[in-house]
Design a protein around this ligand. Structure first.
Ligand SMILES: *Cc1c(COP(=O)(O)O)cnc(C)c1O
Length: 376
């Protein structure tokens, strides 16, 4: 069976992980953590990056930094991973879901402003499939209403919109280095990007269990103590060593993935043009990272059949999110603002095809052949 995903592996990870293993510093904020943070800062252009054990925890830190308290409202799409909402619901926020645009599956920025109330604090654009949201429009709304923008750029590492790296445009941005993403810190990992310098000092405190330990190590204070709320949001050096090997080769990892993505697109566009499926259209101002290749079937039933057809041939294709507003916790902690014109219907049609660094062209071509067969 050809899986839907395999974690990327370059071969350089081994040497760095062994180096970290043998060093006297295994816990967080060591040399490899700092290398990863410097790389993210320099290559992507954010004022500060802090490594975290996951994107979920980076989002949780963002919710604390945004000062979320019970009754506050946070705007996001319903078509996203649970962590996007959970991070804010943990602090008592009411999640306000806004419909997506069918071409990118991203939040429809034209619907955001109508959902803003006096309780709104944060907007969370999710860059689905590494295709950037319209950040100019979103930052403009945030500025006019004095809101904080937290980009869920879990899937958006090495992608850009209007020439700027995803994750570096909002006040805060969250990356994932989970094994299902384009590069990984050995299975689990993430980073919080801080693009508004007023959050840096507090972010370091929150990440260090609410202590001013980071300032202590820099010699700014002579002892450290409990100064704020926080958590244990540091990944180990082993994770960062693994990731650093992949960051060094990120351009190559992305190029390989883009070639595979383009191969799918070129081959499947005739079925798209015949009106039988629809494949993603990348907006002109977006440089995506080929995180995901999906097509949309006619409906839920046709998707079920195609999944079964491909599985019988030995290929895993998978659907994606159940919209959060229709989930048990989504009903409890959120509400949908406006009409659900696209979120449910588009999510029921969407099918993700196998795409990963080590996917051989012959398998990719076989998937294409089976899809052609299915639709002929
Ligand atoms: C993967 C993902 C997350 C969670 O990332 P973790 O690192 O597993 O916590 C959050 N949001 C989106 C959109 C994701 O795709």
């Amino acid at each position: 069976m050809i899986p839907f995903n395999k974690p990327p592996y370059t071969g350089r990870e081994d040497a760095y992980v062994i180096e970290a293993m043998r060093s006297p510093h295994l816990s967080g904020d060591g040399p490899f953590s700092k290398k990863c943070e410097a790389w993210l800062g320099e290559q992507l252009g954010c004022s500060k990056a802090l490594m975290t054990p996951s994107c979920t925890q980076a989002l949780e830190m963002a919710a604390i930094l945004a000062g979320i308290k019970p009754g506050d409202e946070v705007i996001m799409p319903s078509y996203t991973f649970v962590s996007t909402a959970n991070a804010f619901a943990l602090h008592g926020a009411q999640i306000v879901f806004v419909d997506i645009r069918p071409d990118t599956m991203n939040i429809n920025h034209e619907l955001i402003e109508a959902a803003v109330t006096e309780k709104t604090r944060v907007i969370v654009p999710v860059h689905y499939a590494g295709v950037g949201c319209d950040m100019n429009a979103i930052m403009d709304i945030a500025q006019r209403h004095d809101l904080i923008v937290v980009e869920d750029a879990a899937q958006g590492v090495a992608a850009k919109v209007d020439g700027r790296a995803l994750g570096t445009i909002g006040h805060l941005g969250a990356f994932s280095f989970h094994e299902t993403k384009n590069c990984t810190s050995g299975g689990e990992g993430g980073a919080l990007l801080i693009n508004d310098a007023r959050f840096i000092e507090r972010a370091e405190i929150i990440r260090e269990k609410g202590t001013n330990r980071a300032q202590f190590f820099r010699g700014f204070i002579d002892k450290y103590s409990w100064v704020d709320i926080g958590g244990s949001y540091l990944p180990s050096e082993l994770q960062c060593a693994y990731l650093y090997a992949q960051l060094e080769l990120l351009q190559e990892l992305t190029d390989v993935r883009l070639r595979k993505w383009n191969r799918y697109r070129d081959a499947l566009s005739t079925i798209d043009e015949a009106g039988k499926i629809s494949i993603a259209k990348i907006p002109d101002n977006v440089e995506h990272n080929a995180h995901m290749f999906y097509l949309k079937c006619r409906d839920l039933e046709e998707r079920r059949q195609l999944i079964g057809y491909l599985r019988d041939k030995g290929y895993m294709a998978v659907f994606h999110y159940v919209p959060l507003h229709s989930s048990k916790a989504g009903v409890k902690y959120g509400r949908f603002h406006g009409e659900d014109l696209h979120t449910t219907t588009e999510s029921e049609r969407l099918l993700r095809l196998p795409i990963y660094h080590g996917l051989a062209d012959e398998h990719l071509d076989a998937v294409i052949g089976h899809i052609r067969q299915f639709y002929s």
